[in-house]
Write a protein that binds this ligand. Structure first.
Ligand code: PLP
Length: 392
């Protein structure tokens, strides 16, 4: 037998383990100081009451012979696909139910979708980036090239006609930079993909943080995108499902490549390797789309957005360059005084006991930048920004 040699090419990520080690050391030496973590990359508010109620009801159904359910449809139950279809309709995107696939989260599908593409494709990934896009392609042995995101393009790289690629990852609103593509800029990528017969894998995990109808919350709001894009979405950040696990992927039927339907390929892949998301979880996800559900999740999103605003206002006051904050739970700031990402990490930890995430952990272009998140509570966010203001 032979191992998959590609796994030997993966770089170990020491980002979060190094942060944890530094914080532990600091805590041991400074027991009197309260540490405030603005590096949290996970939601912290509990599930909406309407979601919890749906889980309980579904659990009761599973406990009765008459309403018990075994294997469900691999692509997801019709009730949830219909709700998602209606949700898209409100964004002026018309989908058919069988273009929507329910999954246990966006991360799984972002990795799994690669099954339907050849290994000889060149993959374009923005730098800095959510590490999943890079590692899943290294595992498969695909050639990866990077699109530079930096201060001059406000961390929103645009296509370069001289660079040829086949699979393009776009995440907007972006993790880690919080930057959001405008319709005009996203249309440039759609045009590139159509012209070069490339596929865009659009990660919309943070779409619910977009507060302006002027900005695209789905790539299908761009003309031509149904002929070149697959969209990934998740209840994780939208409704606090990081531990509950549910997402969805849109594969339009108009995606015909080399005479083959990518929608059919994905059906075949999912029915072969996946047995669906628990009924209880799909009922919980469906509750998110009820009128009450929408109100309840918006309250949580507003809470995080308010924290983001507090952080962003502090950066404004201090004249620190940043992206994100407005349509994203992340603030991506330029380290003051030309400090490196890790120097700034140590500086904040040692002087004010505030923890963030060094930008260099997300790629070469992240060096010199730093990510703060809005997932802590408001009190602590205010206190952290007070300390920040006094220091810088
Ligand atoms: C959190 C996140 C996701 C969602 O992943 P799940 O598997 O649905 O929890 C997807 N993409 C990005 C960039 C994220 O930050």
């Amino acid at each position: 037998m032979n191992i998959n040699q590609n796994y030997l090419k993966l770089e170990d990520s020491y980002l979060f383990s190094t942060i944890a080690k530094k914080v532990a050391e600091f805590t041991k030496e400074h027991t009197e100081k309260q540490i405030i973590k603005l590096g949290i990359g996970d939601v912290t508010l509990p599930l909406a009451p309407v979601v919890v109620e749906a889980i309980k009801e579904a659990a009761d159904e599973m406990g009765k012979r008459e309403t018990f359910r075994g294997y469900g449809p691999e692509q997801g139950y019709a009730f949830l696909r219909e709700s998602i279809k209606n949700y898209y309709s409100k964004k002026s995107v018309e989908l058919e139910s069988d273009e929507i696939f329910i999954s246990d989260g966006a991360k799984s599908d972002l990795g799994n979708i690669l099954d339907i593409f050849g290994l000889d494709n060149t993959v374009l990934v923005p730098d800095p980036v959510y590490p999943v896009y890079v590692d899943t392609n290294i595992m498969a042995g695909r050639k990866i090239i990077f699109a530079d995101a930096n201060e001059s393009n406000e961390f929103l790289p645009l296509p370069d006609e001289n660079v040829k690629c086949d699979i393009i990852y776009i995440c907007s609103p972006n993790n880690p930079t919080g930057s959001v593509y405008t319709k005009e800029k996203l249309a440039k990528w759609v045009d590139y993909a159509l012209k070069n017969d490339a596929i865009i894998l659009f990660d919309a995990a943070y779409e619910c943080f977009i507060k302006s109808h002027e900005l695209p919350s789905s790539i299908y709001q761009i003309e031509g995108a149904k002929d070149c894009a697959i969209e990934f979405c998740s209840f994780s950040k939208t409704a606090g499902f990081t531990g509950t696990r549910c997402g969805y992927t849109v594969v339009p039927k108009s995606l015909i490549k080399q005479g083959a339907s990518l929608n059919k390929f994905w059906v075949r892949r999912q029915t072969t390797k996946f047995n669906g998301v628990p009924y209880i979880v799909q009922k919980a996800a469906n509750a998110v789309f009820s009128d009450v559900g929408q109100l309840q999740i918006k309250e949580n999103i507003q809470y995080y957005s308010n924290n983001a605003k507090i952080i962003a206002e502090t950066m404004d006051k201090k004249g620190i360059w940043y992206t994100g904050g407005k349509h994203s739970p992340y603030i991506w700031l330029k380290c003051p005084n030309n400090m490196s990402s890790w120097e700034f990490f140590d500086y904040l930890l040692n002087n004010i006991a505030v923890v963030g995430t060094p930008g260099s952990g997300f790629g070469r272009n992240g060096e010199g930048y730093f990510r703060l998140t809005s997932f802590n509570n408001t009190e602590k966010t205010i206190e952290a920004m007070k300390r920040f203001s006094d220091l810088i």
